[in-house]
Design a protein around this ligand. Structure first.
Ligand SMILES: Nc1ncnc2c1ncn2[C@@H]1O[C@H](COP(=O)(O)OP(=O)(O)OP(=O)(O)O)[C@@H](O)[C@H]1O
Length: 250
């Protein structure tokens, strides 16, 4: 079944950088539907830049990115019909201070990946927002001002905002950074539920423990390159080829 559908993400020979500086280079990475990938590596190894590059948020200097079988640029031009298929939770500790919006309002803004702002929301929109809030365990705080919640709850609110668009792939940059242990466990459970529903995920993280139940693969970066790409411990299928990736492998 999945053989007939193009993989959600296919990256070949990718280089990404800022201005003339190349940060990420020589990256080959295919993410198949249903995979849950931890992207790990030291500070500054290029994890966020790789993610931003594949999303078209940082400049691709070489190589190619195909999203659901479509070149990145064409995918972006296709507009909401395609764009909502990949959700992104950037590396950002909390919602900016002073924003008086409620959890529900912030999460509802995630629906704008599906619907222009000037079109009135439908019951399907409202249901998707409620489901997203419920998925992250914030149903009892839906009407609270998001800026008044704890850091961990705000992170979960931002994840709900991405989920409100009902993406097929969710990319999260350090969702557990600065989050207390209890919230990390809650987040781990939320992610387990989402994975059980078929969501494909890439999680940039320094802490794989909260994700242990769902990870299928661990990709390690160093110096802007992918240096290891391994099945996660305890993975049940044999579909992934274990490989260490020295600079010369292409
Ligand atoms: N907007 C930017 N402009 C210029 N250089 C940048 C920019 N963002 C990141 N860099 C540089 O790119 C390199 C990789 O940063 P990146 O954030 O991708 O690493 P990371 O592995 O995600 O690190 P961390 O674990 O600390 O988040 C760093 O040297 C950083 O200074």
């Amino acid at each position: 079944m999945s053989e007939t559908n193009p993989p959600p993400i296919e990256i070949h020979g990718l280089a990404v950088g800022y201005d003339e500086v190349t940060i990420v280079r020589d990256v080959d990475l295919t993410v198949r539907a249903g995979e849950v990938i931890a992207l790990v590596g030291a500070n500054g190894s290029g994890k966020s830049t790789l993610v931003r590059g594949l999303l078209g948020l940082a400049r691709v200097q070489a190589g190619s990115v195909r999203l659901f079988g479509v070149e990145q640029e064409a995918h972006r031009r296709a507009g909401r019909g395609e764009r909502h298929r990949i959700g992104y939770v950037p590396q950002q500790l909390t919602v900016g201070g002073g924003i008086p919006s409620t959890v529900e309002e912030v999460v509802a803004s995630g629906r704008l990946a599906r619907r222009p702002w000037y079109v009135r929301g439908t019951s399907a929109d409202r249901e998707a927002v409620a489901r997203a809030i419920d998925a992250v365990g914030l149903a009892d705080r839906a009407h609270a001002t998001i800026g008044h919640l704890s850091g961990g709850q705000q992170r979960r609110g931002l994840i709900a905002r991405a989920l409100a668009a009902e993406p097929e792939v969710l990319i999260m940059d350090e969702p557990t950074a600065g989050v207390d242990a209890e919230s990390q466990v809650a987040l781990g459970r939320t992610l387990e539920k989402l994975v059980a529903q078929g969501l494909t995920m890439i999680v940039v993280t320094h802490e794989t423990a909260p994700l242990a139940g769902v990870l299928t693969r661990v990709v390690t970066m160093s110096g802007g390159r992918v240096v290891a790409d391994r099945p996660a411990h305890g993975m049940t299928t044999g579909q992934q080829v274990t490989r260490d990736v020295p600079g010369a492998v292409g």
